[in-house]
Design a protein. Structure first.
Length: 209
């Protein structure tokens, strides 16, 4: 298949996913119909069903794309020696996700935090989506483990703490930010960066004695 044709196919697929993401973030999964997605994308049913069989497949594709971008961000950081400190790294990844198109509403806020909160809720009742999300977060943790090991090798972090424990904590921090953004509005990323930096500055009482 010629390259230009594949590029067009990829662009059309992204057009459909962006339209579905806006609908899901705005109205929720269950209140959104495939007809809503067709209207948002301004495409015929045949054009959309060529790529996706229905809402479940659209949801899975959106989740996979977002988690894939998060994983790529952390993988790039893991290649640096030593990696950027956690406050810098978390801030960079959060900005990459929040600046990702599409946006929601006239204010131009990112739709992904709101979308991810709905995904977590849907995961509780949807075994297939649960499996996708579980695998996605497992893949996100892998580069974080390498990053933590890089901190430990460089003497930037205690080596007696399991890297997996730190990785899970940092992923939870990003999830918590997404939840606050979705529930309370445009939470500045600087708040998270400063908070992580402050926590990093604390000294262990036993180390001071």
């Amino acid at each position: 298949m010629p390259r230009v044709s594949q590029e067009r196919l990829d662009a059309r697929r992204r057009q459909i996913l962006d339209a579905a993401a806006r609908c899901f973030a705005r109205n929720g999964f269950h209140a959104t119909s495939m007809q809503d997605v067709l209207k948002e994308a301004d495409l015929s049913a045949g054009a959309v069903y060529r790529y996706f069989s229905g809402k479940e497949e659209l949801i899975a594709a959106i989740v996979g794309a977002v988690l894939g971008e998060v994983r790529e961000s952390f993988e790039e950081a893991a290649l640096q020696s030593p990696p950027p400190p956690p406050d810098v790294l978390i801030g960079a990844v959060l900005r990459r996700i929040l600046n990702r198109e599409p946006v929601l509403g006239e204010a131009g806020e990112s739709l992904y935090p709101r979308l991810m909160v709905q995904v977590w809720a849907e995961t509780l009742r949807n075994p297939e989506l649960h499996a996708i999300l579980e695998d996605g977060f497992a893949q996100v943790r892998k580069p974080w483990i390498k990053i933590v090991e890089g901190y430990q090798d460089a003497g930037m972090m205690r080596a007696d703490i399991p890297a997996l424990s730190v990785a899970r904590t940092m992923v939870a921090l990003a999830q918590g930010f997404a939840a606050q953004y979705a529930l309370f509005g445009d939470v500045p990323i600087q708040v998270v960066e400063l908070g992580v930096k402050a926590l990093m500055s604390m000294e262990d009482k036993d180390d001071r004695n």
